[in-house]
Ligand binder design. Sequence first.
Ligand SMILES: [Zn+2]
Length: 380
Amino acid sequence: MTSDNHSRHRELQQDARAWADFTGTSYTAALRQVKSPLAQGLLGDRVSARHLIATLDEHELIGARGGAPRLGENGTFSTIPWRFNGRSDLIELALITDMLRMFAPIPDSATPEVSSYSLKHTAEEFLSPHCSYVSNGRMIWAAAALGLPIVDLEGSELNVLIGVLEREHDYVRRMVERGRIRPKAHHHRPAGYAYLRTALARAAAGEWITAGWTRRAPAAVSAPFHDWLIRQAGRDDVIGDLADDYTAGVRDSDHRVARTPDEMLGIFYEVSHSPEAYDAVVSAIAEWMMTVPTAKPVRTPRIGESVQDHSGWGAGAGTVERYEYRCPCGDGAIVEEHDNIPGFRDRDVSILCAKCSAEWRFAGGRSLSGWGLEPVSVTR
Ligand SMILES: [Zn+2]
Protein backbone atom coordinates (compact mmCIF):
# COMPACT_ATOMS: atom_id res chain seq x y z
CA MET A 1 0.00 0.00 0.00
CA THR A 2 1.45 3.38 -0.93
CA SER A 3 1.45 6.11 1.67
CA ASP A 4 -1.22 7.98 -0.30
CA ASN A 5 -3.44 4.94 -0.30
CA HIS A 6 -2.67 4.41 3.33
CA SER A 7 -3.74 7.89 4.39
CA ARG A 8 -6.84 7.69 2.23
CA HIS A 9 -7.72 4.40 3.85
CA ARG A 10 -7.25 5.88 7.30
CA GLU A 11 -9.46 8.80 6.39
CA LEU A 12 -12.26 6.48 5.29
CA GLN A 13 -11.93 4.50 8.51
CA GLN A 14 -12.12 7.64 10.63
CA ASP A 15 -15.13 8.83 8.71
CA ALA A 16 -16.86 5.47 9.11
CA ARG A 17 -16.16 5.47 12.83
CA ALA A 18 -17.55 8.99 13.24
CA TRP A 19 -20.67 8.16 11.23
CA ALA A 20 -21.23 4.93 13.13
CA ASP A 21 -21.02 6.76 16.46
CA PHE A 22 -23.23 9.61 15.28
CA THR A 23 -25.97 7.44 13.81
CA GLY A 24 -25.78 4.57 16.26
CA THR A 25 -24.97 1.94 13.64
CA SER A 26 -22.16 -0.55 13.31
CA TYR A 27 -18.74 0.44 12.03
CA THR A 28 -18.99 -2.12 9.23
CA ALA A 29 -22.29 -0.73 8.01
CA ALA A 30 -20.91 2.80 8.12
CA LEU A 31 -17.73 1.78 6.29
CA ARG A 32 -19.80 0.16 3.56
CA GLN A 33 -21.51 3.50 2.97
CA VAL A 34 -18.31 5.52 3.12
CA LYS A 35 -16.82 3.22 0.47
CA SER A 36 -19.86 3.21 -1.80
CA PRO A 37 -19.21 4.41 -5.36
CA LEU A 38 -22.33 6.60 -5.03
CA ALA A 39 -20.67 8.44 -2.13
CA GLN A 40 -17.41 9.05 -4.00
CA GLY A 41 -18.20 12.71 -4.79
CA LEU A 42 -19.36 13.00 -8.39
CA LEU A 43 -19.02 16.76 -8.88
CA GLY A 44 -16.36 17.40 -6.27
CA ASP A 45 -14.53 15.91 -3.32
CA ARG A 46 -15.97 13.00 -1.40
CA VAL A 47 -18.43 14.31 1.16
CA SER A 48 -16.87 13.87 4.56
CA ALA A 49 -19.07 12.41 7.30
CA ARG A 50 -17.05 14.27 9.90
CA HIS A 51 -17.63 17.56 8.11
CA LEU A 52 -21.37 16.84 7.93
CA ILE A 53 -21.50 16.12 11.65
CA ALA A 54 -19.46 19.24 12.45
CA THR A 55 -21.82 21.38 10.34
CA LEU A 56 -24.76 20.51 12.61
CA ASP A 57 -22.79 21.94 15.48
CA GLU A 58 -20.78 24.79 13.99
CA HIS A 59 -22.78 26.34 11.15
CA GLU A 60 -23.68 29.93 11.91
CA LEU A 61 -27.35 29.59 10.99
CA ILE A 62 -28.28 25.95 11.43
CA GLY A 63 -25.58 24.83 13.87
CA ALA A 64 -26.47 24.13 17.51
CA ARG A 65 -23.24 25.88 18.57
CA GLY A 66 -23.34 24.38 22.00
CA GLY A 67 -27.08 24.84 22.47
CA ALA A 68 -30.13 22.84 21.45
CA PRO A 69 -30.19 21.41 17.91
CA ARG A 70 -31.30 23.96 15.31
CA LEU A 71 -32.03 21.47 12.54
CA GLY A 72 -34.05 18.26 12.47
CA GLU A 73 -35.47 15.89 9.89
CA ASN A 74 -38.23 18.27 8.80
CA GLY A 75 -36.18 21.44 8.75
CA THR A 76 -35.07 24.25 11.01
CA PHE A 77 -36.49 24.06 14.53
CA SER A 78 -37.99 20.68 13.66
CA THR A 79 -38.45 18.58 16.76
CA ILE A 80 -38.46 15.43 14.64
CA PRO A 81 -35.09 13.80 15.30
CA TRP A 82 -32.98 12.43 12.45
CA ARG A 83 -34.07 9.01 11.31
CA PHE A 84 -30.97 7.16 10.19
CA ASN A 85 -31.46 3.81 8.49
CA GLY A 86 -27.82 2.74 8.80
CA ARG A 87 -27.81 1.62 5.17
CA SER A 88 -28.03 4.60 2.87
CA ASP A 89 -28.24 7.77 5.01
CA LEU A 90 -24.68 8.92 4.32
CA ILE A 91 -24.88 7.96 0.63
CA GLU A 92 -28.06 10.00 0.32
CA LEU A 93 -26.48 13.06 1.89
CA ALA A 94 -23.56 12.70 -0.53
CA LEU A 95 -25.98 12.51 -3.48
CA ILE A 96 -27.94 15.56 -2.29
CA THR A 97 -24.63 17.41 -2.04
CA ASP A 98 -23.72 16.48 -5.62
CA MET A 99 -27.16 17.55 -6.80
CA LEU A 100 -26.57 20.96 -5.20
CA ARG A 101 -23.08 21.18 -6.69
CA MET A 102 -24.41 21.16 -10.25
CA PHE A 103 -25.94 24.63 -9.80
CA ALA A 104 -24.02 27.85 -10.06
CA PRO A 105 -23.92 29.51 -6.62
CA ILE A 106 -25.54 32.93 -6.55
CA PRO A 107 -23.30 36.01 -6.65
CA ASP A 108 -22.16 37.33 -3.27
CA SER A 109 -24.39 40.37 -3.56
CA ALA A 110 -27.58 38.35 -4.23
CA THR A 111 -30.12 37.07 -1.71
CA PRO A 112 -30.97 33.35 -1.79
CA GLU A 113 -34.41 32.81 -3.31
CA VAL A 114 -34.95 29.06 -3.73
CA SER A 115 -36.76 27.42 -0.83
CA SER A 116 -35.32 24.28 0.69
CA TYR A 117 -38.73 22.66 0.32
CA SER A 118 -38.91 23.05 -3.43
CA LEU A 119 -35.24 22.02 -3.79
CA LYS A 120 -35.97 18.88 -1.79
CA HIS A 121 -38.69 17.88 -4.27
CA THR A 122 -36.42 18.56 -7.23
CA ALA A 123 -33.66 16.51 -5.60
CA GLU A 124 -36.01 13.56 -5.12
CA GLU A 125 -36.97 13.55 -8.78
CA PHE A 126 -33.46 14.20 -10.05
CA LEU A 127 -31.79 11.56 -7.87
CA SER A 128 -34.48 8.91 -8.31
CA PRO A 129 -34.10 5.93 -8.07
CA HIS A 130 -30.74 6.28 -6.26
CA CYS A 131 -32.27 8.39 -3.52
CA SER A 132 -36.02 8.61 -3.64
CA TYR A 133 -36.73 10.39 -0.39
CA VAL A 134 -35.06 13.65 0.58
CA SER A 135 -36.22 15.33 3.78
CA ASN A 136 -36.30 19.09 4.08
CA GLY A 137 -33.81 18.86 6.94
CA ARG A 138 -31.29 16.87 4.92
CA MET A 139 -31.53 19.29 2.01
CA ILE A 140 -30.70 22.15 4.41
CA TRP A 141 -27.96 20.09 6.03
CA ALA A 142 -26.23 19.32 2.73
CA ALA A 143 -26.50 22.95 1.57
CA ALA A 144 -25.02 24.18 4.85
CA ALA A 145 -22.17 21.66 4.71
CA LEU A 146 -21.44 22.73 1.15
CA GLY A 147 -21.21 26.34 2.28
CA LEU A 148 -24.04 27.65 0.09
CA PRO A 149 -25.62 30.89 1.28
CA ILE A 150 -28.63 30.17 3.50
CA VAL A 151 -31.12 32.61 5.01
CA ASP A 152 -34.28 32.19 7.05
CA LEU A 153 -37.50 32.18 5.08
CA GLU A 154 -39.75 34.76 6.63
CA GLY A 155 -43.01 33.33 7.91
CA SER A 156 -41.73 29.76 7.79
CA GLU A 157 -40.50 27.78 10.76
CA LEU A 158 -39.09 24.81 8.88
CA ASN A 159 -37.89 26.10 5.52
CA VAL A 160 -34.93 28.26 4.56
CA LEU A 161 -33.83 29.89 1.32
CA ILE A 162 -30.78 28.40 -0.35
CA GLY A 163 -28.36 30.27 -2.62
CA VAL A 164 -28.46 28.49 -5.96
CA LEU A 165 -29.52 30.26 -9.15
CA GLU A 166 -33.31 30.32 -9.26
CA ARG A 167 -33.49 30.05 -13.09
CA GLU A 168 -31.24 27.00 -13.08
CA HIS A 169 -33.33 25.37 -10.38
CA ASP A 170 -36.51 26.13 -12.30
CA TYR A 171 -34.98 24.55 -15.42
CA VAL A 172 -34.04 21.33 -13.59
CA ARG A 173 -37.38 21.13 -11.82
CA ARG A 174 -39.19 21.37 -15.15
CA MET A 175 -36.89 18.77 -16.68
CA VAL A 176 -37.43 16.18 -13.95
CA GLU A 177 -40.84 16.72 -12.37
CA ARG A 178 -43.77 14.82 -13.77
CA GLY A 179 -46.52 16.89 -15.31
CA ARG A 180 -44.34 19.97 -15.94
CA ILE A 181 -43.95 21.66 -19.29
CA ARG A 182 -40.38 20.88 -20.35
CA PRO A 183 -38.07 23.82 -21.12
CA LYS A 184 -37.74 24.44 -24.86
CA ALA A 185 -34.36 26.15 -24.62
CA HIS A 186 -31.33 25.27 -22.56
CA HIS A 187 -29.50 28.47 -21.67
CA HIS A 188 -30.46 27.96 -18.00
CA ARG A 189 -29.22 24.37 -17.87
CA PRO A 190 -26.77 24.11 -14.92
CA ALA A 191 -23.14 23.51 -15.82
CA GLY A 192 -23.02 20.11 -14.12
CA TYR A 193 -26.43 18.82 -15.24
CA ALA A 194 -25.52 16.45 -18.07
CA TYR A 195 -22.31 15.29 -16.41
CA LEU A 196 -24.06 14.46 -13.15
CA ARG A 197 -26.82 12.46 -14.86
CA THR A 198 -24.22 10.29 -16.57
CA ALA A 199 -21.95 10.05 -13.53
CA LEU A 200 -24.89 8.97 -11.36
CA ALA A 201 -25.70 6.07 -13.63
CA ARG A 202 -22.04 5.03 -13.83
CA ALA A 203 -21.57 5.21 -10.04
CA ALA A 204 -24.79 3.27 -9.50
CA ALA A 205 -23.28 0.56 -11.70
CA GLY A 206 -20.32 0.42 -9.31
CA GLU A 207 -17.90 2.49 -11.32
CA TRP A 208 -15.19 4.73 -9.86
CA ILE A 209 -15.00 7.91 -11.84
CA THR A 210 -11.42 9.04 -11.93
CA ALA A 211 -11.63 12.02 -14.28
CA GLY A 212 -13.08 14.72 -12.08
CA TRP A 213 -15.51 17.37 -13.21
CA THR A 214 -14.29 20.93 -13.13
CA ARG A 215 -16.61 23.86 -13.09
CA ARG A 216 -15.67 26.10 -15.93
CA ALA A 217 -16.09 29.82 -15.64
CA PRO A 218 -19.00 30.73 -17.90
CA ALA A 219 -17.67 31.91 -21.24
CA ALA A 220 -18.40 35.55 -21.76
CA VAL A 221 -20.70 35.33 -24.76
CA SER A 222 -21.30 38.58 -26.54
CA ALA A 223 -25.03 39.09 -27.05
CA PRO A 224 -25.38 42.76 -28.02
CA PHE A 225 -28.85 42.55 -29.59
CA HIS A 226 -30.18 40.59 -26.61
CA ASP A 227 -28.64 43.06 -24.17
CA TRP A 228 -30.18 45.98 -26.03
CA LEU A 229 -33.60 44.35 -26.39
CA ILE A 230 -34.03 43.47 -22.72
CA ARG A 231 -33.22 47.07 -21.87
CA GLN A 232 -36.28 48.11 -23.93
CA ALA A 233 -38.64 46.16 -21.65
CA GLY A 234 -41.25 48.36 -20.04
CA ARG A 235 -41.34 50.85 -22.94
CA ASP A 236 -44.82 52.00 -23.80
CA ASP A 237 -44.81 50.97 -27.47
CA VAL A 238 -44.66 47.86 -29.67
CA ILE A 239 -40.91 47.45 -29.11
CA GLY A 240 -41.52 47.58 -25.35
CA ASP A 241 -44.19 44.88 -25.65
CA LEU A 242 -41.88 42.73 -27.75
CA ALA A 243 -39.06 43.23 -25.22
CA ASP A 244 -41.38 42.22 -22.35
CA ASP A 245 -42.41 39.00 -24.11
CA TYR A 246 -38.87 38.23 -25.20
CA THR A 247 -37.48 38.74 -21.69
CA ALA A 248 -40.15 36.46 -20.19
CA GLY A 249 -39.48 33.82 -22.87
CA VAL A 250 -35.75 33.77 -22.08
CA ARG A 251 -36.42 33.70 -18.34
CA ASP A 252 -38.81 30.76 -18.67
CA SER A 253 -36.63 28.87 -21.19
CA ASP A 254 -39.42 29.07 -23.79
CA HIS A 255 -36.94 30.09 -26.46
CA ARG A 256 -33.26 30.78 -26.94
CA VAL A 257 -31.31 33.95 -26.41
CA ALA A 258 -31.11 36.09 -29.57
CA ARG A 259 -27.55 37.36 -29.69
CA THR A 260 -28.15 38.95 -33.09
CA PRO A 261 -31.16 40.05 -35.20
CA ASP A 262 -30.59 36.93 -37.32
CA GLU A 263 -31.15 34.76 -34.26
CA MET A 264 -34.24 36.78 -33.35
CA LEU A 265 -35.75 36.01 -36.76
CA GLY A 266 -34.70 32.39 -36.23
CA ILE A 267 -36.74 32.27 -33.02
CA PHE A 268 -39.72 33.72 -34.86
CA TYR A 269 -39.49 30.97 -37.50
CA GLU A 270 -40.08 28.49 -34.67
CA VAL A 271 -42.56 30.03 -32.24
CA SER A 272 -46.13 30.82 -33.14
CA HIS A 273 -46.71 34.55 -33.16
CA SER A 274 -49.07 37.24 -34.37
CA PRO A 275 -48.29 39.31 -37.50
CA GLU A 276 -48.09 42.33 -35.16
CA ALA A 277 -45.37 40.64 -33.12
CA TYR A 278 -43.33 40.03 -36.30
CA ASP A 279 -43.80 43.68 -37.32
CA ALA A 280 -42.48 44.67 -33.90
CA VAL A 281 -39.38 42.54 -34.55
CA VAL A 282 -38.73 44.43 -37.80
CA SER A 283 -39.15 47.74 -35.96
CA ALA A 284 -36.83 46.58 -33.18
CA ILE A 285 -34.16 45.48 -35.68
CA ALA A 286 -34.43 48.84 -37.48
CA GLU A 287 -34.03 50.76 -34.25
CA TRP A 288 -31.13 48.54 -33.16
CA MET A 289 -29.33 49.11 -36.48
CA MET A 290 -29.72 52.86 -36.12
CA THR A 291 -28.56 52.73 -32.49
CA VAL A 292 -25.52 50.64 -33.37
CA PRO A 293 -24.22 51.81 -36.76
CA THR A 294 -21.68 48.96 -36.85
CA ALA A 295 -24.47 46.34 -36.55
CA LYS A 296 -24.27 43.76 -39.32
CA PRO A 297 -27.14 43.46 -41.79
CA VAL A 298 -29.35 40.40 -41.51
CA ARG A 299 -28.53 37.04 -43.10
CA THR A 300 -31.13 34.30 -43.21
CA PRO A 301 -30.63 30.52 -43.31
CA ARG A 302 -30.10 28.76 -46.64
CA ILE A 303 -32.98 26.47 -47.51
CA GLY A 304 -31.92 25.12 -50.88
CA GLU A 305 -29.30 25.09 -53.57
CA SER A 306 -28.96 23.67 -57.05
CA VAL A 307 -26.44 23.66 -59.85
CA GLN A 308 -27.81 23.04 -63.31
CA ASP A 309 -25.94 22.42 -66.50
CA HIS A 310 -26.71 24.82 -69.25
CA SER A 311 -26.03 24.05 -72.89
CA GLY A 312 -24.94 27.64 -73.36
CA TRP A 313 -25.60 30.35 -75.89
CA GLY A 314 -23.28 29.25 -78.66
CA ALA A 315 -19.94 29.69 -76.90
CA GLY A 316 -19.95 26.45 -74.94
CA ALA A 317 -21.82 24.90 -72.06
CA GLY A 318 -21.97 26.28 -68.53
CA THR A 319 -23.86 26.07 -65.29
CA VAL A 320 -26.49 27.99 -63.41
CA GLU A 321 -26.04 28.04 -59.63
CA ARG A 322 -29.01 28.93 -57.56
CA TYR A 323 -29.08 29.40 -53.77
CA GLU A 324 -32.27 29.89 -51.91
CA TYR A 325 -32.55 31.46 -48.45
CA ARG A 326 -35.50 32.01 -46.20
CA CYS A 327 -36.92 35.52 -46.29
CA PRO A 328 -37.11 37.39 -42.95
CA CYS A 329 -40.85 36.80 -42.47
CA GLY A 330 -40.42 33.13 -43.35
CA ASP A 331 -43.15 32.94 -46.00
CA GLY A 332 -40.98 33.46 -49.06
CA ALA A 333 -37.38 33.31 -50.18
CA ILE A 334 -34.29 35.23 -51.14
CA VAL A 335 -32.72 33.85 -54.29
CA GLU A 336 -29.13 34.24 -55.34
CA GLU A 337 -28.31 33.16 -58.88
CA HIS A 338 -24.99 32.83 -60.67
CA ASP A 339 -25.02 32.16 -64.42
CA ASN A 340 -21.66 30.74 -65.38
CA ILE A 341 -22.19 30.47 -69.11
CA PRO A 342 -19.46 31.45 -71.59
CA GLY A 343 -20.36 34.81 -73.04
CA PHE A 344 -23.15 35.20 -70.55
CA ARG A 345 -22.06 35.73 -66.96
CA ASP A 346 -24.70 37.13 -64.75
CA ARG A 347 -25.31 37.24 -61.04
CA ASP A 348 -28.31 38.43 -59.18
CA VAL A 349 -29.93 38.35 -55.77
CA SER A 350 -33.55 39.19 -55.10
CA ILE A 351 -36.30 38.97 -52.51
CA LEU A 352 -39.14 36.72 -53.63
CA CYS A 353 -41.71 37.74 -51.04
CA ALA A 354 -44.10 40.65 -51.43
CA LYS A 355 -44.14 41.47 -47.72
CA CYS A 356 -40.38 41.33 -47.32
CA SER A 357 -39.63 43.28 -50.52
CA ALA A 358 -41.74 46.09 -49.12
CA GLU A 359 -40.06 45.98 -45.71
CA TRP A 360 -36.42 45.05 -46.35
CA ARG A 361 -33.67 46.16 -48.72
CA PHE A 362 -30.16 44.95 -49.45
CA ALA A 363 -27.59 46.90 -47.45
CA GLY A 364 -25.14 48.79 -49.61
CA GLY A 365 -21.41 48.25 -50.01
CA ARG A 366 -21.47 44.45 -50.05
CA SER A 367 -20.59 41.84 -52.64
CA LEU A 368 -23.44 39.94 -54.22
CA SER A 369 -22.87 36.72 -52.33
CA GLY A 370 -22.10 38.72 -49.20
CA TRP A 371 -25.57 40.30 -49.29
CA GLY A 372 -27.27 41.41 -46.10
CA LEU A 373 -30.65 42.92 -45.38
CA GLU A 374 -31.81 45.91 -43.40
CA PRO A 375 -35.32 47.22 -42.81
CA VAL A 376 -36.26 49.98 -45.28
CA SER A 377 -37.06 52.19 -42.30
CA VAL A 378 -33.38 52.36 -41.35
CA THR A 379 -32.03 55.83 -41.97
CA ARG A 380 -28.40 56.57 -41.43
ZN1 LIG B 1 -41.10 37.30 -46.40
